[in-house]
Design a protein around this ligand. Structure first.
Ligand SMILES: [Zn+2]
Ligand SMILES: [Zn+2]
Length: 140
């Protein structure tokens, strides 16, 4: 069983991901406006993992909860000290999945992307990722 580790920038928050296989994580880019704002760059990059796979091993992130603009709540967790974005999940996925910010993994190449969401909002200068799925809308 592969165990991946991750942390925020200052390492006050650390976590482990225990996956039956790295293939159980679904990494995707999302080009929607919410992800641009939340990640502070032109797309969001998260790995969807089963909720039980994620375990905090150090620290207590700050939680931010907000309407995502379509009436559904979205939960985001950050380091209270350095502000690194650790994970997010929507109301519908709350009991089943966590979406881990891929750049917080200690090996950020461990979980390469399988697809892209909200391609209609892709930055005009950003090329498509080859050989992955592409959806014009949908953020899940
Ligand atoms: Zn930190
Ligand atoms: Zn998005």
């Amino acid at each position: 069983m592969p165990t991946l580790t991750g942390s925020c920038f200052c390492r006050n928050v650390e976590y482990e991901l225990k996956l039956a296989s790295n293939d159980d994580a679904r990494t995707s880019l999302c080009h929607c406006r919410n992800c641009k704002k939340a990640f502070g760059t032109n797309y969001g990059l998260t790995a969807k993992v089963p909720k039980e796979a994620f375990n905090l091993t150090k620290g207590a992130p700050k939680e931010h909860v907000a309407d995502n603009g379509s009436g559904a709540l979205i939960y985001r967790e950050f380091c209270q000290n350095c502000g690194s974005f650790i994970l997010e999940y929507g109301d519908a996925a709350k009991d089943h999945f966590r979406y881990i910010c891929v750049g917080s993994l200690d090996d950020p190449e461990a979980l390469p992307p399988k697809g892209e969401f909200f391609c209609k909002a892709r930055a005009s200068w950003m090329p498509e990722i080859p050989n992955v799925f592409h959806k014009q809308e949908v953020h899940e």
